[in-house]
Design a protein around this ligand. Structure first.
Ligand code: BES
Ligand code: MN
Ligand code: MN
Length: 456
């Protein structure tokens, strides 16, 4: 299919510039001060889809930010690929740690630096460009429908209802997603699992006002001290989570599968060097790869309370807060885990404080099979463009809607991502390699071709 590479070579500069345009709009879904920008981004995506040649392009309303729709139905007898992605991004904070402004993309050493470069603008836009390529070169071999949403980074909470309402519109054969990473640019991989998520915010209240820490300190519970003690008790000395029942439903990965995982190329030395840490830490009995993919976790994402301004203020705070996420693995149910957490957390609170637990968004874990047409089509496509068979790898992150694609639409997803774990998604200086961007655009048409062939 040299027509792919020819078109790609001819248009790659424009493909890059168009992505930069998209990256300039700060579509931060978590922060209402960006609401207009999020909507502007949806409109921009709509324009790009139209220009690429999609039909019936429109913004579909949800209870939150709109979903961008577009389609090309070339022949109802052919399989239909539904492309999912998200145009919203994480907040850019802490801004002062960026080497260049997060929404003024720059290209340096073959990478595009900007918030959303890899997660997920750079990745879903590969599909828009691959679609343009197939459409213009008359090589489109499947029907295609787009679902580019704007609330993934805040848990896709309105997308379930949206899916139910739009079931008919989204009839198809498979969901294709690029929102995950490769093991390395010379070690292609396909993601075959995502962790689920339970996310809560806790509030610990002591006295009704901030007190003088000399006058009252030592006699009245300090909510920050108490919260720290409570959080510390959530792991035991083996880094196992102590919430009763937490592991009850975990489906253990077989020894054979773990042995296979152990063959995944991985250098602990490099891992530590990249993160500038002297050692790793995690659940005993599991490797680093396992800890970050097939095991459930509990992490504090933020913690605050008391005086954090300049200088020292002697105060015994009235309140302390924390945001806590639990990554879940197959078998675990987010609602049940949230319930177990809330019950346990309240039970360990001393009588000297009051505790509130407020659930945020959640999502179910997924595993995808490797003996399907869609997996084979993706593996063959990567084999063609990377010159190597991709390794199936479980991912540690979450994409909440994937489990619902199966529940509501009855469709399996292919997680064919082209990012790298070192792309710093959600962190300062997020980047996406131009190699990765172009490799994705090159690989996607092969997926379409293979999938159509396998479905014949
Ligand atoms: N694209 C990521 C998920 C991801 C990244 C999966 C890398 C596998 C490898 C996605 O945008 C994301 O960040 N999801 C959130 C979900 C949450 C906000 C509900 C996550 O995992 O924290
Ligand atoms: Mn993403
Ligand atoms: Mn993300």
């Amino acid at each position: 299919m040299s027509v792919i590479n020819e078109y790609l070579n001819q248009h790659q500069e424009r493909f890059i510039n168009e992505l930069l345009e998209l990256l300039r709009i700060p579509s931060v879904s978590a922060d209402s001060k960006y609401s207009q920008d999020v909507i502007r981004t949806a409109e921009k995506v709509k324009e790009f889809l139209q220009e690429a040649g999609a039909d019936n392009v429109e913004l579909l309303q949800t209870e939150g930010f709109p979903v961008v729709y577009g389609e090309k139905i070339i022949d109802p007898a052919l399989p239909t690929v539904i492309v999912y992605g998200h145009y919203d991004v994480q907040p850019p904070d802490p801004i002062n740690l960026w080497d260049s402004p997060p929404f003024e993309p720059v290209i340096k050493d073959g990478n595009i630096y900007a918030r959303g470069a890899a997660d997920d603008k750079g990745q879903f836009f590969m599909h828009v460009k691959a679609f343009e390529l197939m459409n213009r070169t008359n090589t489109l071999s499947c029907n295609v429908k787009f679902m580019i949403e704007g609330e993934e980074e805040v848990g896709s909470e309105n997308l379930g209802t949206f899916l139910e309402k739009n079931k008919e519109r989204y009839q198809g054969d498979v969901i294709l997603i690029s929102d995950t990473s490769l093991i390395a640019n010379d070690v292609p991989s396909l993601t075959v699992g995502l962790r689920g998520l339970s996310y809560v915010e806790v509030e610990v209240t002591g006295p009704n006002i901030d007190l003088h820490s000399g006058v009252y300190g030592g006699a009245v519970a300090n909510p920050v001290n108490v919260l720290c003690t409570m959080i510390a008790s959530l792991h035991d000395e083996n880094r196992k989570i102590t919430i009763p029942g937490f592991y009850d439903d975990v489906i253990e990965v077989s020894a054979a599968d773990r042995a296979k995982m152990a063959e995944t190329p991985f250098s602990l030395e490099e891992y530590k060097r990249d993160l500038n840490i002297d050692d790793v830490m995690g659940e005993s009995g599991y490797s680093t790869i396992e800890r970050a993919s097939i095991r459930p976790t509990l992490d504090v994402n933020g913690i605050w309370g008391g005086y954090i301004g300049e200088g020292a203020k002697t105060v015994l705070p009235s309140k302390a807060f924390a945001k806590i996420s639990m990554r879940l693995v197959p078998g675990q149910d987010p609602d049940k885990i949230t319930e177990l957490f809330a019950r346990h957390f309240k039970s360990i609170a001393p009588a000297s404080v009051k505790v509130e637990v407020r659930p945020h968004h959640g999502g179910k874990p997924v595993v995808t099979p490797t003996d399907t047409n869609e997996y084979k089509a993706a593996a063959m496509a990567m084999n063609t463009t990377f010159g190597k068979e991709p390794i199936p790898a479980r991912g540690g992150g979450s994409i909440p809607i994937v489990a619902l694609f199966e529940e509501v639409l009855g469709l399996k997803s292919v997680l064919m991502g082209f990012g790298l774990d070192s792309d710093a998604i959600h962190s300062p200086n997020e980047k996406y390699g131009i190699f990765n961007y172009l490799k994705g655009i090159e690989t996607i048409p092969h997926f379409f071709h293979n999938y159509a062939e396998l479905k014949k």
